[in-house]
Design a binder for this molecule. Sequence first.
Ligand SMILES: *Cc1c(COP(=O)(O)O)cnc(C)c1O
Length: 397
Amino acid sequence: MPPFRSGIHFLQIPGPTNVPERVLRAIDRATIDHRGPGFAALTLEIQSLLRPVFGTKGPVVIYPASGTGAWEAALVNTLSPGDRVLMAETGQFAALWSALAKRLGLQVEIIAGDWRHGADPEAIEAALGADPQHAIKAVAIVHNETSTGVTSRVADVRAAIDRSGHPALFLVDTISSLASIDYRHDEWGVDVTVGGSQKGLMLPPGLAFNAVSERALAASKHARLPRAYWAWDEMLAANRDGFFPYTPATNLLYGLLEALHMLHEETLPAVFARHARHAEAARRAVGGWGLEILAVDPREYSNTLTAILVPEGIDADRLRGLILEHFDLSLGTGLGKVKGRVFRIGHLGSFNDLMLAGTLCGVQMGLDLAGVTHGDGVGAALAYLAAPSASPVLAAV
Ligand SMILES: *Cc1c(COP(=O)(O)O)cnc(C)c1O
């Protein structure tokens, strides 16, 4: 048996995130008949509140699945066996998506990366420019690379695709940015946006999303990769009347409706500003500690998580272990190439100043325990959070 832990566990990994009480209470209701009359109203209200979160007026498919399912759905609905897909290796999640694409029989062309930068618009433009026959059928990138804390500039990638005059579809994974960082499916000409429930949407794991453009829908009529569970056509046909072709995750949908009400009560611009402010405070803490973050380009700093490099000779996972053991705080591990070299602080979803302050205190005490020489990062973060210019409350009065 693990030791008894008093008080609240700090779940500061970059997803799953802390599920707010309002969402937990909403889920805690009797499951209803998903073919009965009450269900359609639930689906239709969710649809109308969910679309603005993606920045789309078009359909958003909701699967009972983890985010990985929505990755697969985006590919199998739009592509055919042997199609070429251009992907940017921004980190572990981009690498996993490209591995999944290969397993499906797609030819993946990877633009290599150093895991410290986002998808490079110029490199994408060059790769598309070198394909005058238009053999590349899709460009697929991760908006916010959860393994590195780097946010790709989706609008700039869109502009690069447009400059090349290439007709490839544009697929974007927003699993760790949706409902946290500004995102505009329609305006940025994204064809399929992939989302998941357990990060910015403040829900438990178990729902996954595809926002679908008209071009993507048209491509799905001719795409020949086999698909059944993930097929958009049956889903969209049933959704029109508020139903699903198979049993949906009813209780997670109750939670989704409540989470959407919360996001719209706060308003999306305020949600994005809150995430930006907490991310800035976290980076000031890292600076105060005298440590370095993985992201190098300030235009690409993530507002949902910060990946921090530990000094040479320190094992980031040992540090995380000490912090969990002593302070009941879970931090994100280094994934793939950066295992042991970084730890990640998630500051997304249902979150506020004192949760961030507590998290940063836990890290700073952990640095002491691990014998890492450091400055007062907590002080730097608190000074920022308390400054009138950075306070949303003081700015409003
Ligand atoms: C969490 C995450 C995923 C994986 O989602 P699962 O729900 O674990 O399948 C994919 N991409 C990104 C960017 C993520 O952050």
